[in-house]
Design a binder for this molecule. Structure first.
Ligand SMILES: [Ca+2]
Ligand SMILES: [Ca+2]
Length: 183
């Protein structure tokens, strides 16, 4: 009798485990969670931080009135968005020293490059790295015509003011089939 009960318990447990797997596996595949998902979330966070900057200062972090500026997420842009000491005060591009962009500290790759976050400097600025060890690219509507040249399709425009994209795993910005982008 006890033995039958034990066997029944084992069968019930196996059934529960199978059920959990059948629920859990499709759930995971739907929500992703892979490296592209993280890069995309970072790209949108950056876009939002630039929007917040715009709300605060009524302009973009960098000026370029004739042509929309394209920069990467090295110090020139990130020091401003992070409110580094170098950009505070009347001479800086973030005079109130507000931290618009936060992220975790980047990890170090075997070859010494960084990935997945910010490599901070001693002034409160830094460089933002994607999941694969490269900075993101950013294009801003700095000529204020409410559109951007489409980085993916030159000659066409996007109805966007801020575009952020990553080269993805191949590290090549020209191969768009894997690039991560915010539009
Ligand atoms: Ca424009
Ligand atoms: Ca690519």
């Amino acid at each position: 009798m006890h033995r039958i009960k034990r066997v029944l318990n084992v069968i019930l447990m196996l059934g529960a485990i199978l059920l959990m797997f059948s629920l859990f596996v499709p759930f995971r595949s739907h929500t992703g969670g892979g490296p592209n998902t993280r890069a995309e979330a970072t790209a949108y966070n950056l876009k939002n931080s630039i929007s917040a900057y715009f709300t605060e200062y009524s302009e973009y972090p960098l000026r370029s009135p004739d042509i929309d500026i394209t920069v990467d997420t090295r110090n020139r842009l990130m020091n401003i968005l992070m409110g580094s000491d170098a950009e505070r005060g009347d001479e800086g591009r973030n005079s109130r020293g507000i931290a618009f962009y936060f992220d975790r500290v980047a990890k170090v790759m075997k070859d010494g490059r960084f990935y997945k976050g910010i490599s901070p400097d001693e002034n409160g600025g830094g460089i933002l790295w994607d999941t694969w060890g490269n900075p993101y690219h950013v294009r801003l509507d700095t000529n204020f015509d409410s559109k951007l040249d489409d980085p993916e399709s030159p000659g066409t425009t996007l109805p966007e003011s801020i575009a952020v994209w990553s080269a993805s795993k191949d590290g090549n910005f020209d191969t768009w089939e894997d690039n991560v982008k915010t539009w």
